[in-house]
Write a protein that binds this ligand. Structure first.
Ligand code: ASP
Ligand code: MG
Length: 411
């Protein structure tokens, strides 16, 4: 933080998601939040998403013209959503009597790779934003969009505005990056499903990264990765309640909590390759055939060999199931495997917590909670700070509640 002559000044990046800017009234509310930070003497950069379902609607419009449209043109189309939000917010701030300027991705020099629709951020130029801040203007930046080396408009993947905000915070050496959304923080479980769920005051980058990857929809996982890399402190909070949210930072407080959160992900399908010859190299062949086509594999389980064969099971996201089966089918005979079995009615239930690194028996407690509800575990996978089980989809909510109660007690 820089100390001004008569005021304590910080540089704050505030990101507002689609629900926070959904209509004129919400935009006025956001303008109020932004100007409050500005009036307190801070430099403020607001990064905005498209309003409500605008991005979905624009995508649908494009597909109405061409079911598989040019990815370059699609980026020009969907980037319009954030352009609209940026202009509207800037107007709302000006209307309140404060100086503001809206800037698009190319204007702030947010340079990306050329992978349209899923571009990676290479860098953000500092100069234009700095120039505006130096004039004491509130800078409103369109999230989600950038520009590649040939000068074409790109977008950085659905949900990417969080990552735009963190990239800008890193480039500008911001003191804090606030992510305003429609939930007021990160919880020990989904509060809509688990009545006793509690809001966390803090969570570590690593825990948040696991959660973001495991289907908690609070933050884009690349934004957490980047925040960790550049040590940007994040705060997840609601634009509607205006209460302190959850701080994401390097280490959380020494709270006596074994785990931070229980989460489920229903976007998973299980595929098993049955009767694979029990020989070296077959796992390699199966997974490289999928990897070559960009099919990501998650939890993997290999059975003990019997009669010279084994079964190899793994999970993929639901939308990749058909493609994966097709790819495997092509090679099944050459590999000498018998058949492929798949199941979409599965869900991943996970616990995440830095506490399990130092405390044995956390997985056993989770399994005990599942046993208590007579829920069968199909697959298990672990990392230092995570245990994931695959269960029948119909058991998933009950599993989350039972595990939550085991670790956090009833309400
Ligand atoms: N508007 C984009 C989307 O809906 C980016 C974002 O909201 O973060 O995916
Ligand atoms: Mg989002």
């Amino acid at each position: 933080m820089k100390k001004g002559s008569d005021r304590f000044m910080a540089l704050i990046v505030q990101k507002f998601g689609g629900t926070s800017v959904a209509d004129a009234q919400r935009i006025a509310n956001v303008a109020d939040i932004v100007t409050q930070a500005y009036r307190a003497g801070n430099d403020v950069i607001a990064v905005v998403s498209a309003q409500g379902d605008t991005t979905d609607d624009l995508e649908a419009k494009g597909r109405e013209i061409d079911p598989s449209p040019s990815r370059r043109e699609m980026d020009v189309l969907v980037a319009a959503g954030e352009q609209i939000s940026a202009a509207l917010l800037s107007m709302a701030i000006q209307r309140m009597g404060f100086p503001a300027v809206s800037l698009l991705g190319w204007q702030v020099g947010l340079e990306t790779t050329s992978a349209h629709g899923e571009a990676r951020i290479r860098r953000v130029r500092e100069d234009r934003i700095r120039k505006e801040l130096d004039q004491r203007r509130i800078v409103v930046v369109a999230g989600f969009q950038g520009i590649d080396r040939s000068g074409d408009v790109t977008t950085i993947g659905r949900g990417g505005s969080d990552t735009s905000a963190v990239a800008i915070a890193a480039a500008m050496h911001a003191d804090l990056c606030q992510i305003y959304t429609d939930v007021d923080g990160v919880y020990t479980a989904d509060p809509r499903k688990v009545p006793g769920a509690r809001k966390l005051d803090t969570i570590s980058y690593d825990e948040m990264l696991e959660l973001a990857t495991l289907g908690a929809q609070v933050l884009h996982n690349r934004s957490v990765e980047m925040a960790k890399k550049y040590n940007i402190q994040l705060e997840v909070l609601s634009s509607l309640t205006r209460k302190p949210g959850t701080i994401v930072k390097e280490k959380r407080n020494m709270e006596k909590m074994l785990i931070s959160s229980v989460t489920k992900d229903e976007n998973s399908a299980r595929i098993s390759v049955i009767g694979v010859p029990d020989r070296p190299g077959l796992a390699f062949k199966i997974f490289s055939c999928l990897a070559a086509k960009g099919v990501n594999v998650d939890v993997i389980l290999q059975s003990i060999g019997r009669n010279g064969t084994k079964d190899i099971s793994f999970t993929v996201t639901t939308d990749k199931m058909e493609e994966a089966i097709g790819l495997l089918q092509e090679h099944l005979e050459t590999w000498g495997a018998t058949s492929i079995v798949s199941d979409e009615n599965v869900a991943k239930v996970s616990i995440v917590g830095a506490g399990m690194e130092t405390h044995p028996g956390v997985a056993a407690q989770m399994f005990e909670a599942l046993f208590g509800e007579n829920i069968n575990i199909q697959m298990i996978s672990t990392s230092e700070i995570k245990v994931t089980v695959l269960v029948n989809k119909k058991d998933a909510d009950l599993a989350v509640r039972a595990i939550h109660e085991k670790f956090f007690g009833a309400d």
